[in-house]
Ligand binder design. Sequence first.
Ligand code: HAM
Length: 422
Amino acid sequence: MIQAVRGMKDLLPTEAARWQAIEQVARQVFRCYGFQEIRLPLLERTELFARSIGESTDIVEKEMYTFNDRHGDSLTLRPEATASVVRAFIENHLDQGAGVKKYYTIGPMFRYERPQKGRYRQFHQINCEAFGVDAPELDAELILMLMDMLEKFGLGQVRLIINSLGCPGCRPGFKQDLTEFLARQVEHLCPDCQRRVVANPLRVFDCKSKTCQEIVSAAPTLQEQLCPDCRRHLDRVLELLSGFGLNFEINPRLVRGLDYYTRTAFEVVTTQLGTQDAIAGGGRYNGLVKALGGPDLPAIGFAIGQERLASLLTDSRLGSEPHPFLFIAALGEAARQRGFQLAQELRRLGLAVELEFSDRSLKAQMSIADRRKATYVLILGDRELATGEAPLRHMAGGGQETMALAGLAPALARRFAAEEGA
Ligand code: HAM
């Protein structure tokens, strides 16, 4: 038996229904905030991710699905969407014209991580990016949108954590201090972090090793060294969020696992997911568009992990499994033909209708209808065809009525509109 690749999950119908509902809510919220959909290739040139996420990040060093195509080009299955959105933004000249440019994209990402609950090798993100404005209002707007979306999904019990990662003005001084601090105890750091002390000391903050965590808990933080502009930016973002009654925590050690961030960085975490507690993460990346060869435009975005979100919504009413409005239990060849015609007529009117093509007893067909949670069952046999009337059974209520076969489709369509179509 050939099995699915480790860390990659099948989404079965019940779960897929919940995902559809999640995506529908997300799309509605995006629309209200002026975001437009963008759909991008899953494969990009490896260099794109190395240059944007950063050569010495875990993602680029250890987690990418990279291969050479038949032409010898190094390609990578996208581990995240931001780099691809920026590439598309530049390549398609989407910076033309005034105003903030806002895009969202929903789809699979790939990271070769150790699979565990809430962590997969193919996972999905609801991702958005906004280009063109450095105003703290945009940061606040995005964070409010994220919290708004999570609330509309029906998610309670989340914590919003915020930090500022500074800018090219204030970060180098901090990096220097951090390097000196880490260098003093370099022999206690894990081998990865020993390398990172010089190359990329900020990455030590998100190392999972316990000793590295202990060491950085006493390290200097960027909060103490933000330049006046970055300080003002952060204060204004926090002031705006407070003004909207949002609760948040400031964590001066939140650095996020990707190198492109500047200024505002944030994460939404829950206590209900065990160690994989981040549902969403994002931040500003004011230098990335320019670094990838585009105009000098500030940008900000975030991504929600769809598997983690969906696993928190299993009890909610969001996205129930689809069920047929009508099941036609047809007995005999002539009834099956008539049932087939009726089903097609009703489906064209927008109703979900199912029927069995095999020769099963009424009892067997009723039990299929029950399992499929059909609202109504129409029983159709030779006698019904002869009299022009057929029983319609209401499955949940248990009642039954007699329906004229002539004009049955419009009659059922009207009933559907009254009961379920609204
Ligand atoms: P990230 O923090 O790497 O950020 O991922 C965002 C979210 O994706 C995480 O909070 C988590 O819910 C989910 N996620 C990440 N890895 C996995 C995995 N292996 N299995 C399941 N879920 C996972 C980014 O990707 C940035 N591109 C976000 C961003 C957009 N920043 C600016 N714009």
